[in-house]
Design a protein around this ligand. Structure first.
Ligand code: SF4
Length: 423
């Protein structure tokens, strides 16, 4: 069993930052309790202390600022397992932003440990005061002074019903022991560690004690942890029909394809059809879509991976094939164009200088909404990596199947000589 939760990467924190000490103390406490790193799910969010993910050997989840307790709540409910440890790492800024999530988790006494790394300010953004900054606190470069009392996060969590809410200062005599007690607590345990941020706030622990007038506390509620009753559930995947391979494929290696066009012009449907055609050709496939929140304007990108082997990583950094049918799409993906990328573009677009491009009138062939599919059909006709019949069969299941199949048929019959305008 691997005993350390830390990998061998160097901690990214500034010299003298309390986060370094806390990270190593978490590691030591888990090791002392013989908790297997693979039984730990660490959840963090934005802030310097959220950089911890990269140092960890356990499962990690990183969320939006202040939302790590909300994410951990879902994980704790889903895991529902006394042998697993849900560990949340949050700064005083994140705890302030996500205070309601924190209170709710304490009220329900969910089985997780929250470490609040309170350096009295927002370190990553330059030292602004947080909801936990003490009265009259002012960092070197802070424009404002805290002129109202900070939240007493331990008292709040305790009153809400947490099994344990405790506060200590970095390096205090009970420091290491308190981590162990928090990890051993069943139910919600909150450990607030008051620590220095030498770059924007208090530099020395001694000064920290003078400035932060919080008392060290250890507050307990004798309550059982909230656990959900186990339920028999079926996987969502179980309800999906099995896709059977009916066609063959000449593909030998993993192929990453990016289809880029404008929102509302059938780019996502085109990606779906290509992925489905890949699956019916006996390949592993993934498809991901990206488009702005406006949905009906701007770019639309479909990323499809076809592979003979299982696809463990679904990202595409340097696509093997790019099919681009509008300027919006081109602008969104041009930075990912590699020198060996097979590039197929609509003739209305100016090709990138120095890159070999096959350019055709796909918008005329397929219409605005069928340009991406026409280009994909042409590409399949040229490469024969999967059968055009597989794409037609996928399109035939669509509600506009007849139209899509007709588009595929005409585009796939075009020869390269007919279509190539520039190369
Ligand atoms: S800015 Fe402050 S909190 Fe962030 S790493 Fe540096 S010392 Fe630590």
């Amino acid at each position: 069993m691997q005993t350390s939760i830390l990998n061998d990467k160097k901690a990214p924190y500034c010299p003298g930052c309390g986060h370094t000490v806390i990270t190593h103390t978490i590691d030591k406490a888990l090791a002392a309790l013989e908790i297997n790193p693979l039984d730990v799910v660490a959840v963090s969010d934005i802030g310097c202390c959220g950089l911890v993910d990269g140092l960890l050997n356990c499962h990690t989840v990183h969320g939006l600022h202040g939302r790590s307790v909300a994410l951990a709540t879902g994980i704790a409910y889903g895991l529902n397992h006394p042998g697993k440890k849900v560990l949340v790492i949050q700064g005083d800024g994140g705890a302030t932003i996500g205070l309601q999530h924190l209170m709710e988790a304490a009220r329900q006494n969910l089985d997780l440990t929250l470490i609040v790394q309170n350096n009295l300010l927002y370190g990553m953004t330059g030292g602004q005061i947080s909801g936990l900054s003490p009265m009259q606190f002012k960092g070197e470069r802070m424009p404002e002074v805290q002129d109202v009392p900070g939240f007493d996060i331990c008292e709040l969590a305790h009153r809400a019903g947490a099994s344990l809410a405790a506060r200590t200062f970095v390096g205090d005599s009970n420091f290491n022991e308190l981590f162990r007690r928090a990890f051993q607590t069943e139910g919600f345990s909150l450990l607030e560690i008051v620590e220095p941020c030498p770059s924007h706030g208090i530099k020395k622990v001694l000064d920290l004690h003078r400035t932060a007038d919080y008392p060290a506390v250890e507050l307990r509620n004798e309550r059982p942890p909230h656990r959900t009753a186990p339920r028999e559930t079926t996987s969502l995947l179980d309800s999906l029909p099995l896709i059977r391979a009916r066609f063959s494929s000449n593909l030998r290696q993993r192929l990453e394809i990016v289809i880029a066009g404008s929102a509302g012009e059938g780019v996502q449907s085109c990606g779906d059809l290509l992925a489905y055609a890949g699956a019916t050709s006996g390949l592993y496939t993934t498809k991901k879509g990206a488009y702005p929140v406006t949905v009906g304007s701007g770019f639309s990108i479909a990323e499809v991976i076809l592979s003979r082997d299982r696809i463990c990583y679904t990202g595409i950094a340097a696509p093997g094939v790019m099919i681009i049918v509008s300027q919006d799409g081109y602008d969104a993906v041009k930075s990912r164009l590699g020198k060996d990328t097979y590039l197929l573009m609509d003739a209305s677009l100016a090709p990138p200088p120095g890159h070999c491009v096959i350019s055709g009138d796909f918008r005329k062939i397929g219409g605005k909404k069928g340009a991406a599919l026409a280009a994909v059909a042409f590409w399949i006709g040229q490469t024969d990596l999967i059968s055009i019949k597989a794409l037609e069969a996928a399109a035939g299941m669509h509600r506009h199947g007849d139209k899509l199949v007709a588009n595929i048929e005409s585009a796939s019959r075009i020869s390269k000589r007919e279509i190539m305008l520039e190369g």
